[in-house]
Design a binder for this molecule. Structure first.
Ligand code: AKG
Length: 262
C-alpha cells in the first residue's frame, strides 16, 4: 500500500515539526493503486453497494453551509454528497490503510509505547457539487467524552486537494494553548478575533496520496469545494490504548486496538 521507502522513512524532522507547529507533512506515501481502491470503495459505500452495520453517515446541507447540516439521520440513500462517513475501520481496505506500518511508527512515536487505540476513522468528503465549509475547530474536549484528549490525527488525501477544493487550513502552533473551550469543537468567534485566526490561516493543499499529521488541538478548518471534482480525505484519530470513555448515559465505548500484531 505504501510507496517504496515510505515505511522506513526518517521521521525525526516530521515529528519535531509536529511538536512545534501542531501539524506536519509526511509527504506522498500512498501508491496509486491503493488510492484508486480507497476512492472506489468510498463511492461504493456512499452508493450503498458496500454496507456494514454501524457505519455513520452525514449528508451535506444543500446550501453548503455548516450551520444548515442535519444530524441523526444516518444513511439517506445512494448519493455522492455525504459529507462524513465514520467507522471506516469496519471496511477491511480502510482498516488495512489506517493500520499500515508507517502510521504505526508515527503513532508509537507520538503517543508512546502503551499501545494504540482508534478513536475514529472518518472520510471527509466534499462532493463535485461543492460540499460544505467546516469552521475553525478542535477535535477534543468534553464533547469527545474521554478521560484524556487524543493528540494525533493522520489525514490522507484520496484526491488532489488544492486550496480551491477546500484544503485543510490551520492556525499554526495553536495546539500549544490547549483547548479553546472545555467542550472542544468549534472555536468561538471572540477567540478567533482575539488571536487573529483569519489573518493567520495557513492552507495545507495536498496532492492525492499525501499525508498530513494534524494535532487534535490545533485550530483547523476547510472551505467549500469549487473545483467541480470530488475532494475526499480520510482522517484517523489515534490515541493511547489506556484512554477510557466516560459517557454515562449509555454503556462506555470500547475502542479498537491497533497495531497489535506488529
Ligand atoms: O478534511 C477536512 O476537511 C477536515 C479534516 C479535519 O477536520 C480533521 O482531520 O480533523
Amino acid at each position: 500500500m505504501l510507496l517504496l521507502g515510505a515505511e522506513t522513512m526518517d521521521l525525526t524532522e516530521v515529528l519535531a515539526h509536529y511538536a512545534e507547529h501542531g501539524w506536519a507533512r509526511l509527504g506522498r506515501v500512498a501508491t496509486d493503486d491503493v488510492l484508486g481502491q480507497l476512492r472506489a470503495r468510498a463511492d461504493a459505500i456512499m452508493l450503498g453497494e458496500v454496507t456494514y452495520p454501524g457505519l455513520f453517515f452525514q449528508i451535506d446541507a444543500p446550501t453548503g453551509d455548516y450551520d444548515d447540516l442535519t444530524y441523526g439521520k444516518g444513511y439517506e440513500g445512494p448519493s455522492l454528497d455525504y459529507r462524513k462517513v465514520e467507522k471506516l475501520e469496519l471496511d477491511p481496505l480502510y482498516r488495512a490503510w489506517l493500520e499500515n506500518p508507517l502510521f504505526g511508527r508515527v503513532a508509537r512515536a507520538v503517543i508512546g509505547e502503551h499501545g494504540i487505540a482508534l478513536y475514529r476513522a472518518v472520510l471527509f468528503s466534499k462532493g463535485a457539487t461543492g460540499g460544505s465549509n467546516l469552521p475553525w475547530h478542535q477535535d477534543a474536549g468534553a464533547f469527545w467524552g474521554l478521560d484524556r484528549d487524543p493528540h494525533l490525527q493522520i489525514w490522507t488525501a484520496l484526491d488532489d486537494v488544492p486550496l480551491e477544493s477546500g484544503a485543510v487550513e490551520v492556525v499554526d502552533g495553536t495546539h500549544a494553548r490547549g483547548l479553546a473551550t472545555p467542550l472542544g469543537g468549534v472555536v468561538p468567534d471572540n477567540l478567533l478575533a482575539k488571536y487573529g485566526a483569519e489573518a493567520a490561516a495557513m492552507p495545507l493543499p495536498a496532492t492525492a496520496g499525501e499525508v498530513l499529521l494534524i494535532h487534535n488541538h490545533v485550530w483547523h478548518r476547510s472551505g467549500k469545494n469549487r473545483t467541480g471534482r470530488p475532494r475526499r480525505a480520510l482522517t484517523v484519530c489515534y490515541m493511547d490504548a489506556r484512554t477510557k470513555c466516560q459517557r454515562k448515559r449509555r454503556a462506555p465505548r470500547e475502542f479498537v486496538k491497533l497495531f497489535t500484531s506488529k
